[in-house]
Design a protein around this ligand. Sequence first.
Ligand code: SAH
Length: 212
Amino acid sequence: MYDTLLLQGMRAKLVLLLKEKGITDQKVLDSIGKVPRHLFTDRSLERIAYEDRSLEILCSQTISQPSTVAFQTQLLNIKNRDKVLEIGTGSGYQTAVLYNLTSRIYTIERQKSLYENARKVFDMLNIHPQCFFGDGYLGLPGFAPFDKILVTCGAPQVPQNLINQLKTGGMMVIPVGENSHTMYRITKVSDHELKSETFGDYKFVPMLKNKC
Ligand code: SAH
């Protein structure tokens, strides 16, 4: 794996910055400190790969900025046997951050080239999330229920299929809205009761229907 001392130093600085920005979960910080973000984007962006900003990837999509990746992950409070579904594999960076917390990761991407590219990076890093090319609106009924669901694209509303695939006691973190997205954490308190909390506004690429 290509990872220089300079890149490692920049990664360590990013972890300090995320601490300053209020990320307190040490397991999340450790994971950000381990994952080589520069390998999830084009080589030409390497020098800015550890700045707290989103980065362009294929198909006009983006890797979310590290503070958002860390914040969404922290909100889910992942335990090491949790079964987690991610919607929007994209570059695979968020998937890799999750994978250090639990290896029971399922991730769906609707764009074929991103799906294929992320799988190559996972192979290179020798990590093994379960990857699916498909429409995240449908979730993965064959693998449900999940302890946690993380949506990394902005959804116009909360998809009922995903609520159905959450365990009782499980949580979903999902940005909801049209242009700007409010970060929601939805807890399935019981079969008939959901608890909703909000955590500020963000801007995500949209969650779109159907694979392509
Ligand atoms: N987690 C990614 C973020 C990528 S941006 C990363 O760390 O790089 C969000 C991704 O969601 C994009 O790749 C986009 O193609 C994908 N996406 C949008 N709608 C989707 C859907 N319905 N199902 C699956 N993926 C979707």
